[in-house]
Design a protein around this ligand. Structure first.
Ligand SMILES: [Zn+2]
Ligand SMILES: [Zn+2]
Ligand SMILES: [Zn+2]
Length: 384
Protein backbone atom coordinates (compact mmCIF):
# COMPACT_ATOMS: atom_id res chain seq x y z
CA UNK A 1 0.00 0.00 0.00
CA UNK A 2 1.40 3.39 -0.95
CA UNK A 3 1.27 6.22 1.54
CA UNK A 4 -1.23 8.78 0.28
CA UNK A 5 0.06 12.22 -0.48
CA UNK A 6 -0.78 14.57 2.35
CA UNK A 7 -2.46 17.74 1.26
CA UNK A 8 -2.12 20.14 4.18
CA UNK A 9 -4.94 22.38 3.05
CA UNK A 10 -7.63 19.75 3.14
CA UNK A 11 -10.40 21.32 5.15
CA UNK A 12 -13.13 18.71 5.17
CA UNK A 13 -13.47 15.46 7.06
CA UNK A 14 -14.05 13.16 4.14
CA UNK A 15 -11.49 14.90 2.00
CA UNK A 16 -8.99 14.81 4.83
CA UNK A 17 -9.54 11.15 5.44
CA UNK A 18 -9.23 10.39 1.76
CA UNK A 19 -6.08 12.47 1.44
CA UNK A 20 -4.42 11.07 4.48
CA UNK A 21 -5.60 7.53 4.76
CA UNK A 22 -7.39 5.25 2.36
CA UNK A 23 -11.08 4.87 3.15
CA UNK A 24 -12.13 1.29 3.88
CA UNK A 25 -13.54 0.89 0.37
CA UNK A 26 -10.14 1.66 -1.03
CA UNK A 27 -8.39 -0.93 1.07
CA UNK A 28 -10.27 -3.79 -0.54
CA UNK A 29 -8.36 -6.08 -2.84
CA UNK A 30 -9.51 -6.63 -6.40
CA UNK A 31 -11.90 -9.47 -5.61
CA UNK A 32 -13.54 -7.67 -2.70
CA UNK A 33 -13.70 -4.54 -4.81
CA UNK A 34 -15.56 -6.43 -7.47
CA UNK A 35 -17.91 -7.81 -4.88
CA UNK A 36 -18.68 -4.33 -3.57
CA UNK A 37 -19.21 -3.06 -7.09
CA UNK A 38 -21.29 -6.12 -7.85
CA UNK A 39 -23.51 -5.58 -4.83
CA UNK A 40 -23.95 -1.95 -5.81
CA UNK A 41 -24.82 -2.92 -9.35
CA UNK A 42 -27.16 -5.62 -8.13
CA UNK A 43 -28.90 -3.06 -5.94
CA UNK A 44 -29.18 -0.80 -8.95
CA UNK A 45 -30.85 -3.46 -11.04
CA UNK A 46 -33.31 -4.25 -8.29
CA UNK A 47 -34.24 -0.60 -7.95
CA UNK A 48 -34.67 -0.29 -11.65
CA UNK A 49 -36.92 -3.27 -11.84
CA UNK A 50 -39.15 -2.05 -9.06
CA UNK A 51 -39.43 1.24 -10.86
CA UNK A 52 -40.53 -0.29 -14.11
CA UNK A 53 -44.19 -0.20 -13.22
CA UNK A 54 -44.22 3.39 -12.08
CA UNK A 55 -41.82 4.87 -14.54
CA UNK A 56 -43.18 6.85 -17.38
CA UNK A 57 -39.87 8.45 -18.10
CA UNK A 58 -37.50 5.87 -19.43
CA UNK A 59 -38.47 4.63 -22.86
CA UNK A 60 -37.35 1.03 -22.43
CA UNK A 61 -36.88 0.50 -18.73
CA UNK A 62 -37.78 -3.19 -18.84
CA UNK A 63 -35.33 -3.94 -21.58
CA UNK A 64 -32.52 -2.14 -19.74
CA UNK A 65 -33.21 -3.90 -16.45
CA UNK A 66 -33.25 -7.30 -18.13
CA UNK A 67 -30.01 -6.60 -19.88
CA UNK A 68 -28.40 -5.38 -16.63
CA UNK A 69 -29.67 -8.39 -14.75
CA UNK A 70 -28.26 -10.73 -17.35
CA UNK A 71 -24.90 -8.99 -17.21
CA UNK A 72 -24.85 -9.06 -13.42
CA UNK A 73 -25.66 -12.77 -13.52
CA UNK A 74 -22.75 -13.36 -15.89
CA UNK A 75 -20.39 -11.52 -13.52
CA UNK A 76 -21.76 -13.41 -10.55
CA UNK A 77 -21.24 -16.71 -12.34
CA UNK A 78 -17.69 -15.81 -13.33
CA UNK A 79 -16.80 -14.78 -9.80
CA UNK A 80 -18.47 -17.64 -7.98
CA UNK A 81 -16.69 -20.39 -9.91
CA UNK A 82 -13.98 -22.36 -8.09
CA UNK A 83 -11.33 -20.60 -10.17
CA UNK A 84 -12.78 -17.13 -10.70
CA UNK A 85 -11.60 -15.42 -13.86
CA UNK A 86 -11.16 -11.89 -12.56
CA UNK A 87 -10.03 -10.62 -15.96
CA UNK A 88 -13.22 -11.81 -17.63
CA UNK A 89 -15.34 -10.44 -14.78
CA UNK A 90 -13.64 -7.10 -15.22
CA UNK A 91 -14.45 -7.17 -18.93
CA UNK A 92 -18.11 -7.85 -18.14
CA UNK A 93 -18.03 -5.09 -15.55
CA UNK A 94 -16.60 -2.66 -18.08
CA UNK A 95 -19.43 -3.51 -20.47
CA UNK A 96 -21.99 -3.15 -17.72
CA UNK A 97 -20.51 0.12 -16.57
CA UNK A 98 -20.63 1.46 -20.12
CA UNK A 99 -24.26 0.37 -20.48
CA UNK A 100 -25.20 1.89 -17.13
CA UNK A 101 -23.48 5.08 -18.08
CA UNK A 102 -25.39 5.26 -21.34
CA UNK A 103 -28.56 4.60 -19.43
CA UNK A 104 -27.69 7.27 -16.89
CA UNK A 105 -27.19 9.79 -19.68
CA UNK A 106 -30.55 8.86 -21.18
CA UNK A 107 -32.15 9.33 -17.78
CA UNK A 108 -30.50 12.69 -17.20
CA UNK A 109 -32.05 13.91 -20.46
CA UNK A 110 -35.44 12.67 -19.39
CA UNK A 111 -35.17 14.36 -16.00
CA UNK A 112 -34.94 17.73 -17.56
CA UNK A 113 -38.36 17.11 -19.07
CA UNK A 114 -39.87 15.37 -16.09
CA UNK A 115 -38.51 16.97 -12.95
CA UNK A 116 -40.87 15.15 -10.61
CA UNK A 117 -40.10 11.68 -11.91
CA UNK A 118 -39.43 8.98 -9.38
CA UNK A 119 -36.35 8.07 -11.36
CA UNK A 120 -34.87 11.41 -10.47
CA UNK A 121 -33.89 9.95 -7.13
CA UNK A 122 -31.18 8.09 -8.95
CA UNK A 123 -29.35 11.07 -10.38
CA UNK A 124 -26.35 12.36 -8.56
CA UNK A 125 -27.44 15.98 -8.57
CA UNK A 126 -30.51 15.31 -6.45
CA UNK A 127 -28.36 13.82 -3.75
CA UNK A 128 -26.11 16.82 -3.80
CA UNK A 129 -27.85 19.05 -1.32
CA UNK A 130 -25.78 21.91 -2.68
CA UNK A 131 -26.51 21.27 -6.31
CA UNK A 132 -27.05 24.93 -6.83
CA UNK A 133 -24.44 26.78 -4.79
CA UNK A 134 -26.03 30.18 -5.16
CA UNK A 135 -29.31 29.04 -3.67
CA UNK A 136 -27.95 26.62 -1.10
CA UNK A 137 -28.79 28.81 1.83
CA UNK A 138 -32.30 29.54 0.72
CA UNK A 139 -33.00 25.86 0.14
CA UNK A 140 -31.80 24.78 3.54
CA UNK A 141 -35.05 24.18 5.36
CA UNK A 142 -33.45 22.77 8.48
CA UNK A 143 -31.02 25.63 8.95
CA UNK A 144 -30.75 26.63 12.60
CA UNK A 145 -31.85 30.07 11.47
CA UNK A 146 -35.30 28.63 10.92
CA UNK A 147 -35.53 26.89 14.25
CA UNK A 148 -36.91 28.31 17.48
CA UNK A 149 -36.53 26.98 20.99
CA UNK A 150 -39.67 27.28 23.08
CA UNK A 151 -39.86 26.72 26.83
CA UNK A 152 -42.82 26.77 29.23
CA UNK A 153 -42.56 29.43 31.94
CA UNK A 154 -44.51 27.27 34.38
CA UNK A 155 -44.92 23.53 34.68
CA UNK A 156 -47.51 23.43 31.94
CA UNK A 157 -47.27 21.03 29.01
CA UNK A 158 -46.04 22.94 26.01
CA UNK A 159 -47.60 20.71 23.36
CA UNK A 160 -51.04 20.98 25.03
CA UNK A 161 -50.67 24.74 25.24
CA UNK A 162 -49.75 25.06 21.58
CA UNK A 163 -52.53 22.70 20.54
CA UNK A 164 -55.05 24.87 22.38
CA UNK A 165 -53.84 28.22 21.14
CA UNK A 166 -52.26 27.87 17.68
CA UNK A 167 -53.25 26.17 14.45
CA UNK A 168 -50.23 24.19 13.18
CA UNK A 169 -51.37 24.68 9.59
CA UNK A 170 -50.78 28.44 9.96
CA UNK A 171 -47.05 27.69 10.02
CA UNK A 172 -44.94 25.57 7.74
CA UNK A 173 -43.64 23.10 10.30
CA UNK A 174 -40.71 20.96 9.16
CA UNK A 175 -39.75 19.35 12.46
CA UNK A 176 -40.42 19.41 16.21
CA UNK A 177 -38.05 17.92 18.77
CA UNK A 178 -38.30 17.83 22.56
CA UNK A 179 -35.35 19.55 24.24
CA UNK A 180 -34.05 19.96 27.78
CA UNK A 181 -36.15 22.01 30.22
CA UNK A 182 -39.46 20.62 28.87
CA UNK A 183 -38.94 22.70 25.77
CA UNK A 184 -39.46 22.13 22.09
CA UNK A 185 -37.21 22.90 19.15
CA UNK A 186 -39.57 23.93 16.40
CA UNK A 187 -38.28 24.09 12.83
CA UNK A 188 -40.21 26.10 10.30
CA UNK A 189 -39.76 26.33 6.57
CA UNK A 190 -38.63 29.93 6.21
CA UNK A 191 -37.72 33.06 8.08
CA UNK A 192 -41.17 34.44 7.20
CA UNK A 193 -42.69 31.56 9.17
CA UNK A 194 -40.43 32.43 12.10
CA UNK A 195 -41.60 36.06 11.99
CA UNK A 196 -45.19 34.87 11.73
CA UNK A 197 -44.71 32.65 14.77
CA UNK A 198 -43.27 35.52 16.82
CA UNK A 199 -46.19 37.74 15.79
CA UNK A 200 -48.79 35.15 16.72
CA UNK A 201 -47.21 34.63 20.13
CA UNK A 202 -46.93 38.37 20.75
CA UNK A 203 -50.60 38.76 19.85
CA UNK A 204 -51.76 36.01 22.19
CA UNK A 205 -51.85 37.17 25.83
CA UNK A 206 -52.15 33.66 27.19
CA UNK A 207 -49.17 32.25 25.29
CA UNK A 208 -47.10 35.38 25.82
CA UNK A 209 -47.33 34.92 29.58
CA UNK A 210 -46.77 31.17 29.53
CA UNK A 211 -43.95 30.54 27.09
CA UNK A 212 -40.47 31.79 26.44
CA UNK A 213 -38.91 31.82 22.94
CA UNK A 214 -35.18 31.62 22.34
CA UNK A 215 -33.14 31.52 19.16
CA UNK A 216 -30.84 28.51 19.07
CA UNK A 217 -27.26 29.39 19.78
CA UNK A 218 -24.84 28.70 16.99
CA UNK A 219 -22.20 26.05 17.49
CA UNK A 220 -18.60 27.00 18.02
CA UNK A 221 -16.11 26.63 15.15
CA UNK A 222 -13.31 24.05 15.09
CA UNK A 223 -9.55 24.10 14.96
CA UNK A 224 -7.35 21.29 13.62
CA UNK A 225 -3.76 20.39 14.45
CA UNK A 226 -2.36 18.04 11.81
CA UNK A 227 -0.15 15.01 12.31
CA UNK A 228 0.38 14.99 16.06
CA UNK A 229 2.73 12.05 16.80
CA UNK A 230 0.93 9.44 18.90
CA UNK A 231 3.90 9.40 21.30
CA UNK A 232 3.01 12.92 22.45
CA UNK A 233 0.76 13.08 25.49
CA UNK A 234 -2.50 15.04 25.46
CA UNK A 235 -1.22 17.17 28.34
CA UNK A 236 1.80 18.27 26.30
CA UNK A 237 -0.38 19.21 23.34
CA UNK A 238 -2.80 21.12 25.56
CA UNK A 239 0.03 22.97 27.31
CA UNK A 240 1.59 23.98 23.99
CA UNK A 241 -1.79 25.12 22.66
CA UNK A 242 -2.51 27.18 25.78
CA UNK A 243 0.89 28.83 25.71
CA UNK A 244 1.00 29.53 21.98
CA UNK A 245 -2.63 30.48 21.47
CA UNK A 246 -2.89 32.45 24.73
CA UNK A 247 -5.65 30.28 26.20
CA UNK A 248 -6.62 30.37 29.87
CA UNK A 249 -8.00 26.80 29.78
CA UNK A 250 -7.47 23.82 27.46
CA UNK A 251 -9.71 23.51 24.40
CA UNK A 252 -12.20 20.67 24.26
CA UNK A 253 -11.15 17.92 21.85
CA UNK A 254 -13.99 17.13 19.41
CA UNK A 255 -12.41 14.12 17.70
CA UNK A 256 -9.19 12.74 16.27
CA UNK A 257 -8.57 10.95 12.99
CA UNK A 258 -5.67 9.26 11.30
CA UNK A 259 -2.86 11.49 10.09
CA UNK A 260 -0.56 11.06 7.12
CA UNK A 261 1.17 8.12 8.77
CA UNK A 262 -0.06 5.45 11.17
CA UNK A 263 1.96 7.05 13.97
CA UNK A 264 0.23 10.40 13.73
CA UNK A 265 -3.27 11.73 14.10
CA UNK A 266 -5.12 14.95 13.41
CA UNK A 267 -6.88 16.51 16.36
CA UNK A 268 -9.98 18.64 16.00
CA UNK A 269 -10.79 21.06 18.85
CA UNK A 270 -13.82 23.16 19.68
CA UNK A 271 -12.74 26.77 19.74
CA UNK A 272 -13.77 30.40 19.38
CA UNK A 273 -13.40 32.89 16.55
CA UNK A 274 -10.66 34.81 18.37
CA UNK A 275 -8.58 31.65 18.88
CA UNK A 276 -8.97 30.85 15.18
CA UNK A 277 -7.59 34.31 14.41
CA UNK A 278 -4.57 33.63 16.64
CA UNK A 279 -4.07 30.24 14.97
CA UNK A 280 -4.21 31.88 11.54
CA UNK A 281 -1.41 34.19 12.69
CA UNK A 282 0.88 31.51 14.13
CA UNK A 283 0.01 28.92 11.38
CA UNK A 284 2.15 26.25 13.11
CA UNK A 285 2.08 24.81 16.59
CA UNK A 286 5.46 24.11 18.09
CA UNK A 287 5.60 20.74 19.83
CA UNK A 288 9.14 19.87 20.92
CA UNK A 289 11.13 19.38 17.74
CA UNK A 290 8.13 19.66 15.44
CA UNK A 291 6.10 22.48 13.99
CA UNK A 292 2.61 21.23 13.14
CA UNK A 293 0.12 22.91 10.85
CA UNK A 294 -2.82 24.42 12.73
CA UNK A 295 -5.88 25.88 11.01
CA UNK A 296 -9.63 26.22 11.11
CA UNK A 297 -11.45 22.97 10.36
CA UNK A 298 -14.64 23.03 8.33
CA UNK A 299 -17.07 20.20 8.98
CA UNK A 300 -18.04 19.72 5.36
CA UNK A 301 -19.29 16.45 3.99
CA UNK A 302 -18.16 15.51 0.53
CA UNK A 303 -18.70 12.05 -0.90
CA UNK A 304 -15.61 10.24 -2.11
CA UNK A 305 -17.73 8.00 -4.32
CA UNK A 306 -19.84 10.47 -6.33
CA UNK A 307 -18.00 13.68 -5.22
CA UNK A 308 -21.23 15.49 -4.29
CA UNK A 309 -21.35 17.63 -1.17
CA UNK A 310 -23.83 17.05 1.65
CA UNK A 311 -23.27 13.35 2.30
CA UNK A 312 -20.41 10.91 2.76
CA UNK A 313 -19.46 7.69 1.00
CA UNK A 314 -21.43 5.46 3.33
CA UNK A 315 -24.66 7.33 2.58
CA UNK A 316 -24.11 7.53 -1.16
CA UNK A 317 -26.84 6.07 -3.33
CA UNK A 318 -24.86 6.06 -6.53
CA UNK A 319 -23.78 2.85 -8.10
CA UNK A 320 -20.99 4.05 -10.33
CA UNK A 321 -18.12 6.09 -8.92
CA UNK A 322 -17.27 9.50 -10.29
CA UNK A 323 -13.64 10.52 -10.35
CA UNK A 324 -12.76 13.50 -8.15
CA UNK A 325 -9.96 14.37 -10.52
CA UNK A 326 -11.15 13.94 -14.13
CA UNK A 327 -14.95 13.46 -13.63
CA UNK A 328 -14.95 10.14 -15.49
CA UNK A 329 -16.71 7.12 -14.02
CA UNK A 330 -13.94 5.43 -12.06
CA UNK A 331 -12.64 5.69 -8.50
CA UNK A 332 -10.41 8.73 -7.98
CA UNK A 333 -7.47 6.54 -6.90
CA UNK A 334 -7.62 4.72 -10.26
CA UNK A 335 -7.38 7.93 -12.27
CA UNK A 336 -4.73 8.04 -14.94
CA UNK A 337 -6.09 11.02 -16.82
CA UNK A 338 -3.81 14.07 -17.05
CA UNK A 339 -6.90 16.30 -17.32
CA UNK A 340 -8.73 17.87 -14.44
CA UNK A 341 -12.47 18.27 -14.53
CA UNK A 342 -14.77 19.01 -11.59
CA UNK A 343 -17.81 16.77 -11.90
CA UNK A 344 -19.99 19.07 -9.78
CA UNK A 345 -19.26 22.13 -11.91
CA UNK A 346 -19.43 20.13 -15.14
CA UNK A 347 -22.85 18.69 -14.36
CA UNK A 348 -24.16 22.00 -13.13
CA UNK A 349 -23.07 23.64 -16.39
CA UNK A 350 -24.64 20.84 -18.37
CA UNK A 351 -27.89 20.69 -16.49
CA UNK A 352 -28.57 24.16 -15.18
CA UNK A 353 -26.67 26.31 -17.64
CA UNK A 354 -24.15 27.70 -15.15
CA UNK A 355 -20.76 28.61 -16.57
CA UNK A 356 -18.40 27.52 -13.82
CA UNK A 357 -14.81 26.78 -14.78
CA UNK A 358 -14.39 22.99 -14.65
CA UNK A 359 -10.60 22.67 -14.78
CA UNK A 360 -10.13 21.77 -11.11
CA UNK A 361 -10.51 18.68 -8.91
CA UNK A 362 -13.84 18.18 -7.11
CA UNK A 363 -12.21 18.99 -3.76
CA UNK A 364 -10.73 22.30 -4.92
CA UNK A 365 -11.29 24.99 -2.33
CA UNK A 366 -12.08 27.54 -5.03
CA UNK A 367 -14.86 25.35 -6.48
CA UNK A 368 -18.20 27.16 -6.18
CA UNK A 369 -19.69 23.99 -4.67
CA UNK A 370 -17.02 23.86 -1.97
CA UNK A 371 -17.49 27.57 -1.29
CA UNK A 372 -21.25 27.13 -1.00
CA UNK A 373 -20.79 24.21 1.40
CA UNK A 374 -18.33 26.29 3.42
CA UNK A 375 -20.69 29.27 3.51
CA UNK A 376 -23.52 27.01 4.60
CA UNK A 377 -21.33 25.51 7.34
CA UNK A 378 -20.09 28.92 8.51
CA UNK A 379 -23.67 30.18 8.78
CA UNK A 380 -24.22 27.60 11.51
CA UNK A 381 -21.16 28.62 13.55
CA UNK A 382 -20.65 31.39 16.03
CA UNK A 383 -17.89 33.71 14.81
CA UNK A 384 -18.61 36.56 17.23
ZN1 LIG B 1 -22.13 10.23 -3.09
ZN1 LIG C 1 -10.18 10.19 -13.33
ZN1 LIG D 1 -16.06 22.62 -9.13
Amino acid sequence: MTTPVFLPDTPDIDGAISDMSPIPFQELNVDEDLEVLYSKLKGDSVIQQSQQDHSTVSKHPGKESCSFFAQVEKIKETLSSLTPDVGLALQYLDQLQADLLTNELIQVKSHQDAQQSSLQVKTRETQNSLSSPSTSQASSSTSPNHTLLIYPKSNSNLTDLLNEELQPQDFHLTNIKPIKGKGLAISLKSSTDIDNFHLKIAGNENLKSLIKIKNPTKRLPSLIVYNIPSSIKEETVQEAMMAQLGLPIPLKIRFKFKGNSPETSNWVFETTASTIKTAQKIKKLNLGWSFLKISEFFHIRRCNFCQAFGHTTKDCNHHIPSCGSCADHHATRDCSSPFLCCINCYESNLQTGTQYPTFHPAKDQCCPFFLAAKQQYCSTRDYT
